[in-house]
Design a protein around this ligand. Structure first.
Ligand code: HXC
Length: 517
């Protein structure tokens, strides 16, 4: 045997081992002590067994600019590619045990390398973030390095799915890479995101606040809407990322993979005929309809705790991934407000970018009235949802199940903004405004002059409902393609999706539109 060759192999083994255990056992124990997995354990759980191929395991930084000159093999991040359910993905996993996972020049170069490859081969990018942020010793080099990542996030946006998972600290400008990506996961209690931390908040505003209260998973799930999914621990988080990937195409040129859940396409649900309460002011849970129609009653809801008056998420119909947007009458009567418009607008644009057909289930009493909403920009924000639906060229199908009033009717994927196929249940109420408000406006004098104003109001409302607030007028005009039996909704949607399979829409050339951001 060639001795020189043998020693080279040994050298390689030695170098790899150094990189793999760069942080040392104690720091991995610390990580476990905080309920966190190590960067490598996370990759193992994320990817199909034995499929991870690592790059740059031997890469080192130039060393810190000031202080003791020290380099770290792997430079605090593990990068490479592997498969999820047999499909290629690229992944980086920041290693908090090596200089706090802080991002220096070489660390960022490793991330940029896999981002470039992901873009050129058309595969999703998954970032597992656990980092103290910009590596302080590397100064402006580490800021420049962040800029390179941001640049690639933007270039990859709408080309390959980008998923960020926050599994530790994520502070300062570092938050902007996840913010640009399509979906953000946060692990409860071990992750936080903020632009300025509690110390700076204290100095500037004199407020005492913990990291958790300032930027923990709960806050971003319920208040800011920064996170799309919150999960109790690392293991469940990685499982949920795998589930999300199963709904998505690998890039914007492909369709999402078909998955047959053995749910008959012509399955009817007679209970849906009785879902809508007789009293139009009574609420019901839109989830009953959603879970009834989707394949295998499987639904991956996005931002489930934010703007709960609108429901967005991914499911399947006849094996095909669909993006679902539904008003939720059980929360704020399903009204559209600022947060709901932004949440749904972004989701619609994601689906459109990645060839995912859109299904809309409509029960919307209008836009939220009041100075708070007006002053916070409901005109701008509502316009985002209008813009998003209108620009979407994927197959679009809408079902009006109850209320569809005024501008909100138009915005929620109506025929008038070129939705492909529009259905309504017989319980649909399509009108300029709600029954009572409309009757009071057009019959005010008669009601005031009546001996019994209440009875007159009721009589006028009944008349208005019979003649105007129903789906039949819109069906006569062709604004609805059919009024369907609720029990048949699943079957009708699947057949319509099959019909729309070959939909193509050629748009005029332009650099990009100007969505009201
Ligand atoms: C260099 C860092 C570091 C950083 C942590 N470390 N953050 N080294 N640059 N940004 C090192 C620590 O010195 C320590 O090294 C090890 O990582 C673990 O950190 P600990 O403090 O012991 O861990 P913990 O108590 O869990 O606290 C974690 C932490 C804290 C909350 C993240 O380390 C921290 O506050 N770090 C600074 C965070 C920060 O301000 N970053 C800059 C944000 S601004 P040893 O050798 O002791 O183990 C930013 C701008 C981005 O990122 C701009 C983009 C445009």
């Amino acid at each position: 045997m060639d001795c020189r060759y043998s020693s080279t192999l040994e050298a390689l083994e030695q170098l790899r081992a150094e990189s793999i255990s760069a942080g040392g056992e104690q720091k991995i124990n610390n990580q476990h002590g905080k309920g966190k997995l190590s960067a490598r354990e996370r990759i193992d759980l994320l990817l199909d067994d034995g499929t991870f191929e690592e790059f740059d395991v031997l890469k080192k930084g130039r060393g810190v600019v000031t202080g003791e000159q020290k380099t770290f093999p792997g430079d605090g991040v593990i990068t490479g590619h592997g498969t999820i359910d047999g499909r290629e993905v690229f992944v980086f996993s920041q290693d908090f045990t090596v200089v706090g996972g802080s991002l220096g020049e070489a660390h960022a170069q490793k991330i940029c390398k896999i981002m470039d490859l992901a873009l050129s081969v058309g595969a999703p990018i998954i970032g597992l973030n656990d980092s103290g942020g910009a590596r302080i010793q590397e100064g402006v080099d580490s800021l420049a390095a962040y800029g390179e990542i941001f640049h690639r996030n933007v270039r990859a946006s709408g080309v390959v799915p980008q998923i960020s998972c926050i599994m530790g600290p994520c502070a300062g400008g570092a938050v902007y890479s996840p913010a640009i990506t399509d979906f953000v996961f946060m692990v409860q209690e071990s992750s936080y995101m903020f632009v300025t931390g509690p110390n700076v908040v204290k100095t500037v505003t004199h407020q005492d606040i913990t990291s958790e209260a300032l930027g923990g998973a709960e806050v971003h799930a319920k208040k800011s809407g920064v996170t799309h999914f919150t999960v109790p621990n690392d293991v469940l988080c990685l499982r949920e990322i795998r589930r999300l990937i199963s709904y998505l195409p690998s890039n914007n040129k492909q369709r999402a993979p078909l998955l047959d859940l053995s749910d008959p396409i012509d399955r009817i649900d007679p209970a849906l005929d009785y879902l809508i309460p007789e009293n139009p002011n009574q609420t019901y849970d839109m989830n009953v309809l959603i879970y009834s129609i989707l394949d295998g009653a499987e639904f991956m809801e996005v931002q489930s705790q934010f703007a709960r008056n609108i429901i967005c998420g991914l499911g399947r119909l006849g094996g095909q991934t669909i993006g679902l947007v539904a008003n939720q009458p059980a929360v704020l009567a399903g009204v559209l407000d600022n947060d709901a418009s932004m949440k749904a607008g972004r989701f619609v644009r994601f689906c459109d970018a990645f060839n995912i057909p859109l299904i809309t289930l409509v029960d919307v009493p209008g836009f939220m009235p009041g100075p708070d909403q007006e002053h916070d920009g409901i005109i701008r924000h509502g316009a985002k949802l209008l813009y998003a639906f209108t620009e979407a060229t994927v197959p679009r199908i809408s079902v009006i199940v109850r209320k569809a009033y005024g501008g909100a009717y138009l915005v929620m994927n109506s025929k008038h903004i070129h939705c492909d196929v529009n259905y309504a249940w017989p319980t649909a109420e399509i009108a300029v405004m709600g029954l009572k408000g409309a009757t009071e406006v057009i019959h005010r004098k008669e009601i005031q002059a009546a001996e019994d104003p209440e009875a007159m109001l009721q009589a006028k409302m009944d008349h208005y409902r019979r003649t105007t607030v129903n789906p039949f007028l819109a069906a006569q005009r062709g604004y609805l393609d059919d009024v369907i039996f609720p029990r048949d909704t699943r079957h009708r949607l699947i057949r319509t999706l099959q019909m729309l399979e070959g939909k193509e829409k050629i748009l005029p050339a332009r650099k990009h539109g100007n969505i009201p951001l």
